[in-house]
Design a protein around this ligand. Sequence first.
Ligand code: NZQ
Ligand code: ZN
Length: 390
Amino acid sequence: MNNFTYQNPTRLEFGKGTISRLSALIPRDEKVILLYGGGSIKQNGVWEQVHEALKGYDLVSFGGIEANPDYETCLKSLEEIHRTSRTFVLSVGGGSVLDAAKFIGAAAWIQKNKPEILETHQPWDLITGEVKIQGALPIGAVLTLPATGSEMNANSVISWRSQKEKRGFASRHFYPQFSILDPETTFSLSERQTANGIADAFVHVVEQYLTRENNTPIQDRMAEGILKTLITEGPRVLKAPRDYDLRANIMWACTMALNGLIGLGTIQDWASHKIGHELTALYGIDHGRTLAIVLPGVLEHQKQAKSAKLLLYAKNVWGLYQGDDQVLIDEAIARTVLFFESLGIGTRFRDYPGIENAPEEVSAKLNDNHIGEEKQIDSKDIREILELRR
Ligand code: NZQ
Ligand code: ZN
């Protein structure tokens, strides 16, 4: 097991009715900006619950944050924060709104505390790492879409559509102070968004688990538990979208998949995410779907290197014991594909018209990248991985 440090400061409020806790979580004297997306929160009652809980607060709202939040939209909210002197960022929505809140919180901090930096740099430089993130306004979240784990992690992913860019970055200042997870807010999710979230969380676990053996049995058993939960509960929740217990288990699985715990001391991959982000940047495919296309290609291409963990996965997650190692590994990869498809997610190029040139285009864009758990995957491999998904 590798050395690790773990400190996760996010307070979770999980369960029915927990949005009412907001006033206990945000000090009265904060000047709050409520960030939200395209309007789903105005249709499912979340908007009213948040406003009820924050009666009497100095509150302004800023909506229109896209799925795959756009840099330019974030800049507009920054102007609003400046104009109205906001001190607290409240994200109400899915991972996109929350990721935007993290970036906006960091950019607003610079704007307030080190404005001279913005004379020579643009806020995008916080995303590339050219400018170090030194702080962020306090962030809180009401999560309405289980998927990313953003509610309990230090990551953010921002897109810049006009530049065809999508970049992930992280800072310890990005942990939300609190996240409210009320499974009832997820009853209104469409099948497509529900499935996307399940696929995303599944691949988050796989990126931390299906790598190399590294003597991490506790992390491995936890990872397998999350995967098995997603496998059993995922298809069921699509059929029963208002089943509280199913929604609750999916929500908790998604948080646990990427709050850092299962990855402690492990060897991590993240190649599927790196390639997947390019499929979103170039062709606009939903994040969860890009992963369902790419992951089977990565597992197939890397099956020798990953064989010890793939065998564990075959046995402990899929209950496969009949046959030699190669048979078990191939069957486990086939089951993974079937699982995504059971969620209604296409896993091949033919399911996504217009992406025929992805092997050339993505590998060209990731030309200088070396990805995978041992940086063993180069742009030629990326091309081969995508070719496997035609
Ligand atoms: O915008 P609104 O109207 O709210 O609609 C959203 C959006 O259209 C809708 N939605 C959310 N909650 C709903 C709802 N519709 C009905 N009922 C509800 N309760 O769902 C759509 C998608 O929302 P979005 O926030 O984009 O989804 P998700 O949470 O999957 O976030 C995706 C983004 O997170 C990034 C992805 O790359 C992508 O940009 N990721 C962030 C990570 C992180 N911070 O750790 C890790 C992930 O790997 C991922 O990369
Ligand atoms: Zn993801």
